[in-house]
Design a protein around this ligand. Sequence first.
Ligand SMILES: Cc1cc2nc3c(=O)[nH]c(=O)nc-3n(C[C@H](O)[C@H](O)[C@H](O)COP(=O)(O)O)c2cc1C
Length: 355
Amino acid sequence: MTDTLFTPATLCKLQLKNRVVMAPMTRSRATGNVPNALMEKYYGLRAAAGLIITEGTSPSPNGLGYARIPGLFSSGQVAGWRKVTDAVHGAGGKIFVQLMHTGRVSHPANMAAGTRIVAPSAVALAGDMWTDSNGMQPYPVPSEMSEEDIATAIAEYANAAKLAIEARFDGVELHAANGYLIDQFLNTATNQRTDKWGGSVENRIRFAVEVAKAAAAEIGAERIGMRISPYGVFNGAAPDAKMDALYLRLVEELNTIGLVYIHVVDHSSMGAPEVSPELKAKIRANFKGKYILSGGYNAARANADLDAQKGDLVAFGRPFISNPDLVAKLQSGAALTPPDMSTFYTPGEKGYTDY
Ligand SMILES: Cc1cc2nc3c(=O)[nH]c(=O)nc-3n(C[C@H](O)[C@H](O)[C@H](O)COP(=O)(O)O)c2cc1C
């Protein structure tokens, strides 16, 4: 086995000490939607990663669909995140914030007064979600976004990108995967619009592209990455006949804007359908920035895929939950502690900072 995973890499002007990325993971410890001391400790303990990508963080009060997820639109949230970034930088790490607007994946019981559940089309997600006040509740029908709602949401992403720099993040990852707001525009299962934001490939990528442009105008494209999930089925996303064309066209636009990386989700290790290897290879060949692989990796597979030039960096999710010292363990070959799924999203330090 080679050691490519443990060699330094660059992300535009950023020096990464290794190619291990901590994958973005919602952990629902941000009571009141504000990052706190527990989160500062959690991320600080994992700073041996070359790059940490935070849990999904909402750029808007309307995007806080899950219980206890953090936001990045208020001064209190900037102050809370600054403690997290200082802890990571103090321990020699780098950290991007993942901007996740939940869109229709939401429930009023999880949201503050005066907020709205918005999505490209008024199509409810099938099933139920957790609320702290009423347990499991069915997903509501979201409001179809007006032109003004779309302009507001784009501006909210740009504002969150600006606040990310104030909070001393090294950059932002736009979450365009897994059935959240940007993906809700990309996917025909959730986007039934007949205006310039829906229908054709060109129209469905428009929201993702406009968000990326607006964020780049605030902080520079070299500090922005995007996560995508072609062929994903999470949160009601569904493949369609134009899926390859859509992602290849999106990548072309992201090249023009100059995004620093693309991060491709593959949840086949979690039971999801396989992501077309041909499409992954084409995205790799066409995208000019760095490519982050993810999904079910161990050190051997990571090194093999890096050596085969399938990507530049490799993200690890679940192993980081239960192994704060994951990089050292991957390097030494020590056995990994298995994660306890029952505490993935529960409040408090149990299953969070006590591994
Ligand atoms: C508890 C948990 C929370 C997650 N939250 C997010 C999230 O907020 N944003 C995201 O893009 N992916 C999220 N994911 C997906 C992970 O980033 C990753 O793609 C997935 O766990 C597969 O990688 P792994 O096999 O290394 O765990 C989450 C996964 C888990 C297990």
